[in-house]
Design a protein around this ligand. Structure first.
Ligand SMILES: [Zn+2]
Length: 145
């Protein structure tokens, strides 16, 4: 859908604010408007994922769509709840992802788990592949690509 491309471009712009790779942006759309947005950020001892930041502060998002430049994580090294589980708990029913994660520990698993929980998932990257790839960073692509 045309609007999916529009909001994915906004999520890419948000991701560019991240100071660490992979850069990730997320935004929630409600009634066809951006409700909130976030990017992956490093708070010293803790790295907070883009969608995690949104989901920590917004509990009931059942009537919204979530746009993310990268597939949500299925597990966390730091033992925190995965973003996939946070999305399921939030009640979000529609998720639009830019890229499937390249990290094989995660790749495709977040998408599968969301679908199993009844969340509609689509990948929207048409014409934005270059920008989405740049967000991952050369080091991440080399390690996982
Ligand atoms: Zn995550």
């Amino acid at each position: 859908m045309k609007e999916d491309n529009f909001f994915m471009k906004k999520a890419i712009a948000e991701a560019r604010k991240s100071r660490l790779f992979p850069k990730v942006g997320a935004l929630v759309v409600k009634n066809e408007k951006i409700f909130c947005r976030s990017h992956r950020e490093n708070f010293g001892i803790k790295s907070v994922h883009a969608e995690e930041m949104i989901l920590l502060f917004n509990r009931n998002l059942s009537d919204t769509s979530l746009y993310m430049t990268l597939e949500p994580c299925i597990y966390r090294n730091d033992g925190e709840k995965s973003c996939t589980d946070l999305i399921i708990d939030s009640g979000i029913k529609k998720v639009i992802i830019g890229f499937k994660d390249l990290n094989l520990k995660n790749s495709g698993k977040g998408i599968t788990k969301l679908k199993e929980a009844g969340v509609s998932v689509s990948i929207v990257s048409n014409g934005m592949e270059k920008e989405l790839l740049e967000l991952l960073g050369a080091g991440y692509i080399q390690k996982h690509g």
